[in-house]
Design a protein around this ligand. Structure first.
Ligand code: ADP
Length: 524
């Protein structure tokens, strides 16, 4: 059996038996068969010794059991890796950053404590999945929508803590968090925001409470175990519509994104949009790289191709939710604003009134209308690891990205065809995010090359002032390395907090590049 680093086999055996006493024998997993379920199915280290593998897993049922597990882990200095439902695929799945950690699996804590459709929020435990919450709302005929990520498995707690994104106006999942309950490494149970006031009536309505606002400390972190979370929901809208805006020329991207940014920051266009390029996608489908490789076709050549094929250079599908007359007016106004760009064309899209009876077969864009779905797996035929830098919401930045990454690809001697998406998304307000899906295979050599490209792109991005919003567990040190302002002042602050709140370093060592003192390279 694998043993956590620095823990003797005897001590580990004692700890496992104490875990069993705390949570029940059936909820401590040690067989290879069980523990392998916590491996990262999309690991970039498949078949290599660096692959991250847990030593065991323990699944508590309630807060008291979480406290008991934490106490035992402190006694034996056992690293725990906390997961909610463990669906963090493309960013590490449920595998720990430190091999040999014991997975603290919170799936059994799956109570929906409240859903309020008058003030529009939910209070959930970590094991509640988006599907669970959706079904509960449907069964109880509540007038609220969830905002599922694609794919819609995973949990509001896990996804929000990772600062994931969805499609509706509630797309910025951490922004929608209101109030948490957290078990600290010393076993203390903290309620944040208004939850600190016993008998509070507004824990899920007002985020900040009194004094420093600490909720952010528990996201993408290893400072505590979140056992309850409030999430704001969207009131069920009356209607939805979408429409596509397209512009013909390369340089139109500048006013196009400027208009988009104005409309989004004015709350006229809401939710997530993907910047599309029918022209570049066509070129890709014909075997041409989508990135701006040195020696590739010139802008003039591409524009000629656009004209010949009658393809717009840039486009975006925009989405509107709300009362019918409001969203009609928003779409009309959107068209008016974009019409200032010569040659802009529009395409009317889907329109729904709610409640909507969804049939299995219809092609309604489920996550966009608040319905969790796994259909994205139909598009992603292969395991992947995501590289996701945040870039400014400007046309200039998008063009710079294509050029910079095109050049990096050329220098590394790889074809830029191995991404699923390269154009930016607006998953979060005010900035774009790029989602590069690097394919993962059971081929050591190919994965090695992929890691090399990934690491180089992190550096190239940083040289241009772009940084990742989230990363794969095996790349956390790499990404943390570029967030280095003032000799890594932020990482040093994270480490100071880590040492104070978790002196034995038992919670998720290595998460976001934050290592406990005893494992820190600089301390060795
Ligand atoms: P999901 O439930 O959406 O599948 P995961 O369980 O995979 O999400 O969690 C994603 C990441 O978020 C984990 O790797 C872990 O670092 C962090 N995390 C998840 N749940 C918790 C929690 N309850 N408390 C603290 N951190 C958590």
């Amino acid at each position: 059996m694998r043993v956590p680093p620095g823990v003797s086999p005897d001590n580990f055996a004692t700890a496992l038996s104490q875990f069993s006493n705390a949570v029940g024998r059936n909820w401590v997993f040690t067989s290879d068969e069980d523990v392998n379920l916590y491996r990262d199915a999309y690991s970039p280290y498949w078949h290599e010794p660096e692959d991250r593998v847990a030593s065991a897993a323990v699944a508590p049922e309630n807060v008291e059991q979480v406290q008991a597990v934490i106490k035992i882990a402190n006694t034996f200095k056992i690293p725990l890796w906390t997961i909610s439902t463990g669906r963090n695929l493309a960013y590490g799945g449920s595998a720990p950053a430190l091999s040999g950690s014991v997975v603290l699996d919170l799936k059994r804590m799956n109570k929906i404590l409240e859903v309020n459709d008058k003030n529009h929020y939910a209070l959930v435990e970590p094991g509640v999945s988006y599907f669970d919450l959706y079904r509960y709302i449907q069964e109880n005929k509540l007038k609220v929508w969830i905002d599922p990520p694609d794919p819609g498995w995973g949990s509001p707690v896990g996804n929000s803590l990772e600062r994931g994104g969805g499609r509706t106006p509630m797309r910025d999942h951490f922004q929608a968090v209101c109030g948490m309950e957290v078990v600290l490494a010393n076993g203390d149970v903290v309620r944040t925001g208004m939850g600190a006031l016993p008998g509070s009536r507004t824990w899920q309505q007002y985020k900040y409470g009194f004094g420093p606002y600490v909720d952010g400390m528990f996201s993408q972190s290893n400072f505590g175990v979140v056992t309850k979370m409030g999430v704001w929901l969207m009131p069920s809208p009356e209607a939805y519509r979408d429409g596509t805006v397209m512009v013909p020329k390369h340089d139109d991207l500048i006013p196009f994104v400027e208009t988009l940014s104005y409309l989004m920051n004015s709350d006229i266009v809401r939710g997530t949009m993907l910047l599309d390029s029918p022209l570049l996608n066509y070129r890709l489908s014909q075997g041409g790289g989508i990135l701006d490789m040195p020696g590739g076709p010139s802008v003039a050549e591409l524009e000629k191709l656009a004209e010949e094929k009658n393809l717009p250079y840039w486009g975006a599908e925009l989405h509107f939710w709300g009362p019918e007359k409001v969203i009609d007016a928003q779409w009309e106004y959107t068209k008016e604003k974009f019409s200032a760009i010569p040659g802009t064309t529009f395409k009317e899209g889907k329109f729904y009134r709610f409640p909507l009876e969804l049939k299995e077969t219809d092609d309604a864009p489920r996550p966009v209308i608040g319905v969790p779905s796994l259909s994205v797996f139909g598009l992603l035929t292969q395991g992947h690891m995501d590289f996701s830098p945040i870039i400014p919401m400007t046309g200039g930045a998008v063009l710079e990205v294509l050029k910079a990454f095109g050049q990096a690809y050329a220098e590394l001697g790889v074809e830029p065809k191995n991404q699923f998406f390269v154009l930016p998304w607006a998953f979060f307000p005010r900035a774009f995010v790029l989602l590069f899906g690097f394919p993962i295979e059971h081929d050591v050599e190919k994965n090695r090359k992929t890691r090399e490209v990934f690491k180089r792109l992190v550096e190239v991005a940083a040289e241009h002032g772009w940084g990742e919003y989230r990363t794969h567990t095996t790349m956390m040190d790499t990404v943390s390395e570029v967030y280095s302002y003032n000799h890594h002042a932020l990482r040093r602050l994270h480490e100071t907090i880590k040492d104070a709140v978790d002196p034995n370093g038992i919670l998720s060592p290595g998460k976001s590049g934050i290592w406990p003192k005893r494992m820190r390279k600089s301390e060795a």
